[in-house]
Design a protein around this ligand. Structure first.
Ligand code: SAH
Length: 347
């Protein structure tokens, strides 16, 4: 606005129109003069990601396949729950980490999303969900648990988060924005200093040898380092906890002994544990742990006083559950091909 020679308060006005009222046309911004609206239309365009697919699951979970300007497709998932609505957003087209149990990892990596492509998911989803103004906000929480490793796209993710937190845009509190990471230790520290939103860490195993097998990034940042960083993350706030995600893979990481090992590991970390029943996808070698196994695992954690919840599997009839988001990215790494070859019979 300053560059256009306008008063600075016009900026927040435009932000409100865009993000709280979801308008996609400057002409609709009726508290701006006609002349200014005309100038804005010449200087800028308002475009969000194109909706390629819009699916609603039996439980109300809604998944969008969004097409970006360059043809890459990413997925976002809306999860309604009593009194809140969580949008799960993607931070990259594909993912460069190669976690063995994740569909996004298996499809390779194309590129980082720009800040506008990250915000665009929330913008487009709010519009499609019929959000109007701050009072009728449908999206109350944003989680970076879609495609990609958010901390490997640090700058753009933080820029987008600033829009989610901004009162003239989405006005979410820091607690209601969650970054989930496979464990990029130095960047967790940077996030704590620069933008301390809620932190979730994909732990998935109680010791280094098993974790390295499941989350290869563990080779670079082993568990002891990761947990040190987690302790630092919440050290200044006695009410905060780090959420540890733990995918339940039958016969791999789900025994009572693993649960006991996890209890010991997390003894002095302010932690919540989120058990995620494994969600299968094509060609995977893993199976979901049985409900009885998951309950037994949870009971060991409960008996030790660890806050533990089993994540309800949402939207699995439309492949919208954790780890099933695969979009349609143009893999530039060749990983998808190598992966399929490895999965082929005889290998
Ligand atoms: N890269 C980030 C965010 C992506 S995924 C991270 O690693 O945290 C969000 C969560 O879903 C992570 O905990 C991830 O490990 C988990 N997940 C991945 N694949 C899964 C699957 N097939 N079933 C269940 N959870 C899965």
């Amino acid at each position: 606005m300053s560059a256009l020679g306008e008063k600075p308060f016009r900026g927040p006005q435009v932000m409100q129109w865009l993000h709280q009222y979801g308008v996609d046309d400057f002409a609709a911004m009726t508290n701006l003069s006609k002349a200014l609206r005309a100038r804005l239309s010449e200087a800028a365009t308002i475009i969000g990601p194109r909706v390629k697919l819009d699916q609603v699951a039996a439980d109300g979970t809604r998944k969008w396949l969004f097409e970006l300007a360059d043809g890459n497709c990413i997925e976002s998932v809306f999860i309604p729950d009593d009194g809140r609505g969580t949008l799960c957003v993607s931070s990259q087209a594909g993912c460069s980490l190669n976690c063995t149990f994740c569909a996004t990892g298996a499809q390779g990596f194309n590129r980082d999303l720009t800040p506008e492509e990250i915000v665009g998911q929330v913008w487009q989803a709010s519009r499609l969900l019929g959000s109007k103004g701050q009072s009728q906000r449908v999206i109350t929480n944003v989680v970076f648990m879609g495609m990609g490793e958010p901390l490997l796209n640090y700058e753009n993710v933080v820029q987008a988060i600033r829009v989610f937190l901004d009162d003239v845009a989405y006005g979410l509190s820091r607690r209601r924005v969650t970054v989930s990471t496979a464990g990029m230790v130095p960047l967790i520290d940077r996030l704590r200093e620069e933008c301390p939103v809620s932190l979730a860490v994909s732990l998935h195993a109680p010791n280094d040898s098993l974790r390295t097998e499941l989350v290869p990034l563990n080779r670079k940042y082993p568990i002891a380092q990761l947990l040190d960083t987690c302790r630092r993350y919440v050290a200044n706030d006695p009410h905060r906890k780090v959420t540890f995600e733990y995918v339940m893979l039958a016969g791999v990481n789900d025994s009572p002994a693993h649960a006991q090992e996890l209890v010991t590991l997390l003894r002095d970390v302010p932690a919540k544990v989120n058990l995620i029943p494994f969600n299968p996808f094509a060609h995977t070698r893993y199976q979901r742990s049985s409900q009885a196994t998951i309950d037994a695992f949870r009971d060991v954690l409960w008996q030790a006083g660890l806050i533990t919840i089993t994540r309800r599997t949402r939207g699995d009839d439309i492949d919208a559950a954790c780890g099933q988001l695969a979009g349609q990215v143009r893999d530039r790494t060749g990983r998808r091909e190598r992966w399929l070859a490895r999965m082929a019979p005889g290998n």
